[in-house]
Design a protein around this ligand. Structure first.
Ligand code: BTN
Length: 325
């Protein structure tokens, strides 16, 4: 189907919010004959849209396929910049890799790279990130903030807050954040965030924020090594979640917080992050590359560094570690 007509047709159905639209009206809005409208409707059905046709009433949309595409992401998107430029591919090695290339080539701030599947998804600390087809959200966002590179970790915390807020709004679930960037439900990981930089000593060229969310996996979809530590929104909610809607909500929440952050600094993000965090106030073990530190997590610094007070009262600054609660 020609992409412009398809876009208009989906827009008309989306605005109708499940109500019938007559064939006559559709043919006027699309600027084509009623036979052509019928053909476009058939094309949409073949793509997995469920459409009801009733004589004298017209057509209405009953359900959309659980697919993500540029159209699905951009239709109804309320942001000013984030997601206004979407690069979508069915299968990629890693959305981070593509976003790095696009950023290097000059992609505008807010460009989003999304894929249905990643064959070499990357996690923190050089780990791999399991990214099977059609069940998750695998996306990378390009930002170009004028802040020093040392402040970049704050954007990871900002993203974590925005993703928690979006999950709350779309699913009603109440996730927690585990420092620095894991989002958990029932103590199992549901979201991972990976922030990478293209920077010079004093100045950031771009920040690539990678977000991986287990959305519609069933228990059998997880490989054995992940099944006791990972979960999905669908498993916790008991029903599938609309991935395109969740992406839209995440982009809007990030954009709002990012504007606030660029205007007024890290304060609000820090307060929100601490309110969602499971680590603060608890006795934890931080396993770093050079050893373990045990004590009470007392907060984060303005740079997003975790502070742990050990049994002797000494305060340790943790930049990178795995946390056990
Ligand atoms: C973590 O280790 O918790 C971070 C995982 C980040 C995964 C996302 S999925 C989209 C983007 N592309 C990648 O290759 N990684 C990030």
């Amino acid at each position: 189907m020609q992409s412009e007509i398809r876009k208009t047709l989906l827009e008309v159905f989306s605005n109708a919010k499940g109500e019938f639209i007559s064939g006559q009206k559709l043919s006027e809005q699309l600027g084509c004959s009623r036979t052509a409208v019928w053909k476009h409707i058939e094309d949409l059905r073949n793509e997995g849209y469920e459409l009801e046709a009733v004589r004298k009433l017209g057509y209405r949309i009953l359900s959309k396929p659980d697919k993500i595409s540029c159209n699905e992401i951009q239709l109804g998107l309320e942001t000013d910049t984030l997601g206004r430029n979407v690069y979508f591919e069915e299968t990629v090695t890693s959305t981070q890799k593509i976003a790095h290339r696009l950023a290097y080539e000059g992609a505008v701030e807010g460009t989003v790279v999304v894929a249905e599947e990643q064959t070499s998804g990357r996690g923190r600390l050089d780990r791999s990130w399991y990214s099977p087809k059609h069940t998750g959200i695998w996306m990378s966002i390009i930002l170009r903030p004028s802040i020093p590179p040392s402040r970049a970790p704050q954007l990871t915390l900002l993203t974590a807050v925005a993703v928690v807020q979006a999950i709350q709004e779309v699913t009603g679930l109440e996730p927690d954040i585990k420092w620095p960037n894991d989002i958990l439900l029932q103590q199992k990981k549901v979201v991972g965030i990976l922030t990478e930089l293209q920077a010079e000593t004093e100045r950031i060229n771009s920040v690539i924020i990678g977000i991986g969310i287990n959305v519609n996996q069933e228990r059998i979809h997880f490989p054995e090594e992940l099944s006791s530590i990972a979960t999905s929104l669908r498993l916790e909610k008991g029903e599938p979640v609309d991935r395109a809607k969740l992406i839209q909500c995440i982009l809007l929440k990030i954009e709002k917080l990012y504007k606030e952050y660029m205007q007024h600094g890290f304060k609000i993000v820090k307060l929100l992050w601490e309110s969602y965090s499971t680590s603060i106030g608890k006795h934890i073990v931080a396993r770093t590359l050079t050893g373990s530190i045990e004590g009470k997590a007392i907060g984060i610094t303005d740079e997003g560094v975790l502070l742990i007070e050990d049994l002797t009262g000494k305060i340790h600054q943790i930049y990178s570690a795995d946390i056990e609660i």
